[in-house]
Design a protein around this ligand. Structure first.
Ligand code: PGA
Length: 256
């Protein structure tokens, strides 16, 4: 059985005040069986971690990106080993906003995945097609090329240290969610592709769904056999909504 994982991606949102309030609001929610992680902007990772410690909330803190380089003259970059140093347990890599707005190619994403794993941090690899690609019938081709570029470098065992996230670009921040059937179909294709390389790793790999997940649609999505949790953007900024999504993942964990 795979333990479910719910990850909050705060994107470029947050402040000391918001973190303080968020953690206060989360305090008192009952612990669940679902593994839970929040990824605030880099600069807030240590503060977020400390704030959780003083509240006795068991939750990981992760990052949203890292450099493909180890160290050196790369002004403005943050390396995977620095993220390990500040206690970041996961790093999201290949998010569609990084691919679309910052020109990250499959090759760059694969280099980042390697850095993350070498630093002892867990990667969360995002894959997903645009609306145009879906309408042109290219969904499978796109997500498999994104997945395979990384698997060719880090292998199935490398990816299994973290997770894979299917995030259709047309569903991110748009309020449009893939139906559970649409999502499950792609998740199964992704898992089958990992299976063709290594069946044991394929059954261990957690595949998260992301794209307008909310408390109202989370349980149906997470009930699908190949959906093992979620990558949550907008709804993760409200502690109550994030917790409701975590609860939905726990509720269906036994079924999957
Ligand atoms: P959303 O974002 O939940 O706001 O759609 C998801 C993501 O980008 O990871």
């Amino acid at each position: 059985m795979r333990r479910s994982l719910v990850v909050g991606n705060w994107k470029m949102n947050g402040s000391f005040e918001l973190i303080d309030q968020w953690v206060s609001n989360y305090t008192g929610f009952m612990e669940t069986t679902t593994e839970t992680v929040v990824c605030p902007p880099f600069v807030y990772i240590p503060f977020f971690k400390n704030r959780l410690l003083t509240s006795a909330i068991s939750m990981g803190v992760g990052a949203q990106n890292c450099s493909q380089y180890e160290s050196g003259a790369y002004t403005g970059e943050v390396s995977a080993s620095m993220l390990a140093d500040v206690g970041s347990s996961y790093v999201i890599i290949g998010h569609s906003e990084r691919r679309q707005l910052f020109g990250e190619t499959n090759e760059v994403v694969a280099e980042k995945a390697k850095r993350v794993i070498d630093a002892g941090v867990r990667p969360i690899l995002c894959v997903g097609e645009t609306l145009e690609q879906r309408q042109n019938g290219q969904t499978v081709e796109v997500v498999l090329s994104q997945l395979n570029a990384v698997l060719d470098v880090v292998g199935t065992a490398g990816l299994c240290t973290g997770a894979l996230a299917y995030e259709p670009v047309w569903a991110i921040g748009t309020g449009k969610t893939a139906t559970p059937e649409e999502a499950q179909q792609v998740h199964k294709i992704l898992r089958d592709s990992v299976k063709s390389r290594n069946p044991a790793d394929a059954s261990l790999l957690r595949i998260l769904y992301g794209g307008s997940v909310k408390p109202s649609n989370a349980e149906k999505l997470f009930s699908c056999p190949d959906i093992d949790g979620g990558l949550i953007g907008g709804a993760s900024l409200k502690a109550e909504d994030f917790y409701a999504i975590v609860q939905a993942a726990s509720a269906v964990e036994d079924i999957n």
